[in-house]
Design a protein around this ligand. Structure first.
Ligand SMILES: O=P(O)(O)OC[C@H]1O[C@H](OP(=O)(O)OP(=O)(O)O)[C@H](O)[C@@H]1O
Ligand SMILES: NC(=O)CC[C@H](N)C(=O)O
Ligand code: SF4
Ligand SMILES: [Mg+2]
Length: 495
């Protein structure tokens, strides 16, 4: 158990959107979970919630519980199953809790930067867990320092916690203080915040990252917040609704109260959540992402048909689209690759050698199935192209006669600043190469990406209600020049 901390200085200096030790593929955004359930084992329920949200961040995990005014906190580097055990969970009593799985986007990947961030205020402690990434970190940090806030790290999440504390210490209550602080933040933030009085959940005015509300039946009903509905399912909570962009929900012994704090809310959910990041069994817009991803496969089969003997998906995230492709094209669906189930979704690959061998460790072609066949492989995205390049070679080595590749999203040409690390622009294969050049480099017989319109229309929602900036460069929240320059480093991008 670690004591309530005021974070120490061992990770200074940091650059904004620190890029060191990044793997070569899109990483998950963080996972957050919150619960108000007096009488229940809130730590254990949070543990299960985080377990279901593990795919959103695998660097560190943490849980903070409140027992009256007393906060209990445990966090460390590693997976949820490595950070917690029965003994540790038993030392986290309380009526309410928040938890976090981290993939770092601002501030290095170190224990000191693990979340929840706990800070003290005149009304007691607050514990905050954040999914997303602020773009005005430099300005916010400056403001906080100038107002004598003793900031020690550069994690954007901790700055939000200190901004709330600052407003509360200036005399505001929890709600007013939090709302004042949210107005000072720009970028992406889905937050859960625990206080001695209750749990808050909010989304930024664009609702870039998801956050859902669930209820645990009982008398009285208990409320749960989670990044995705799979975090509700695992504890038997029913999905109630999404937290709206620019909405604050405040869960206390009085129940759930809602406040709309933004004057200009709009829907700009990250489309990458839908095509890749979130779990396929999670619901978005009242349907599973599995169904949406299958439609993407159907759509690309219509847009870019090709004749072949079999079609299969790149495990895991390419599979639903491959099934959809098969349904429309009539090309039989088969298993051409077997994934080692003990290799995580995002096998962290800090060096090129490890990246290359990582793919080999993760995916193995079925030689007897592939030999002499014309195959179509479907994946959800190509970012740097490392996976595709290795895979195509492995399929050819296994004896495939033809290899056709279909990607169920458009080419990734721009980096993300809102909580997903898609690397600097020069690392994105489609930023510098045309589709024909990529096909040549990957050594495929044909390559086609889904159209941008197709990706958005298949959501069956208003096509303006998504962020798709990594495909277009059209960022819904303006990126300050200094931050832009850290990742947008190419003069000319291929479109
Ligand atoms: O072009 P690249 O830079 O190689 O990145 C893109 C690849 O990475 C992701 O899969 P991931 O390995 O995370 O696995 P999953 O499908 O098991 O989630 C994605 O689904 C692509 O396969
Ligand atoms: N991926 C995320 O959501 C990261 C949250 C936060 N920016 C951090 O670095 O911890
Ligand atoms: S830039 Fe791409 S990954 Fe980032 S929030 Fe927008 S759609 Fe998602
Ligand atoms: Mg994948």
């Amino acid at each position: 158990m670690i004591p309530i901390h005021s974070v120490t200085s061992d990770d200074l200096p940091q650059q904004i959107n620190s890029l060191e030790n990044r793997p070569d593929k899109p990483e998950e955004a963080c996972g957050v979970f919150g619960i108000y359930a007096p009488g229940e084992d809130v730590a254990k329920l949070t543990y299960f919630g985080l377990y279901a949200l593990q795919h959103r961040g695998q660097e560190s995990a943490g849980i903070a519980t409140f027992e009256g005014t007393q906060v209990h906190l445990h966090k460390d580097m590693g997976l949820v199953s490595q950070v917690f055990n029965e003994t540790i969970l038993a030392q986290l009593p309380g009526n309410l809790a928040v938890g976090h799985n981290r993939y770092s986007t601002t501030g290095s990947s170190r224990k000191v930067n693990a979340q929840p961030a706990v800070v003290e205020t005149r009304l007691g402690s607050l514990a905050l867990a954040h999914n997303g990434n602020l773009v005005n970190t430099v300005q916010l940090r400056e403001e906080l320092i100038q107002s004598q806030v003793n900031l020690i790290t550069t994690t954007d999440s901790e700055m939000i916690a200190y901004a709330i504390a600052q407003e509360v210490n200036a005399g505001l209550d929890w709600l007013e203080g939090a709302i004042r602080a949210f107005h000072r933040c720009e970028g992406a933030f889905s937050l859960v915040v625990a206080t001695p009085d209750g749990v808050m959940g909010t989304r930024d005015p664009n609702g870039i990252r998801p956050l859902v509300i669930g209820i645990l039946e009982g008398n009285p009903v208990r409320y749960v917040l989670a990044s995705e509905t799979c975090g509700l399912d695992i504890i038997g909570a029913d999905y109630l609704r999404d937290v709206e962009p620019g909405e604050l929900v405040w869960i206390t012994e009085q129940g759930l109260a809602s406040f709309h704090w933004s004057q200009q809310p709009q829907r700009k959910l990250c489309i990458f959540e839908m095509i890749y990041f979130a779990r396929p069994d999670s619901l978005m817009h009242n349907e599973s992402l599995y169904s949406y991803r299958m439609r993407l496969g159907r759509r690309i089969a219509q847009e870019s048909p090709v004749d072949a003997d079999m079609v299969f998906g790149v495990p895991d995230s390419g599979i639903p689209a491959a099934i959809g492709f098969s349904q429309v094209s009539g090309v039989p669906y088969a298993e051409g690759l077997i994934k080692n189930r003990y290799v995580g979704r995002t096998f962290i690959q800090p060096t090129q050698t490890m990246r290359e061998s990582g793919i080999k460790m993760k995916l193995n072609p079925l030689k007897d199935v592939l030999f002499g066949k014309r195959v179509i492989i479907v994946d959800d995205s190509i970012v740097r192209g490392t996976t595709s390049r290795k895979l195509v070679k492995a399929l050819r080595d296994a004896g495939a006669a033809e290899v056709h590749m279909r990607i169920s999203s458009p080419p990734v040409t721009h980096p993300c600043f809102y909580g997903i690390d898609t690397d600097t622009q020069d690392q994105l294969i489609a930023a510098t190469k045309s589709v024909a050049e990529i096909a040549k480099q990957l050594e495929v017989d044909s390559l086609a990406y889904l159209s941008w319109e197709g990706m958005l229309e298949e959501t069956r929602e208003d096509t303006n209600s998504f962020c798709s900036a990594c495909f277009t460069g059209d960022y819904p929240v303006a990126i300050p020049e200094q931050v832009k320059r850290s990742k947008l480093i190419l003069e000319k991008v291929v479109v």
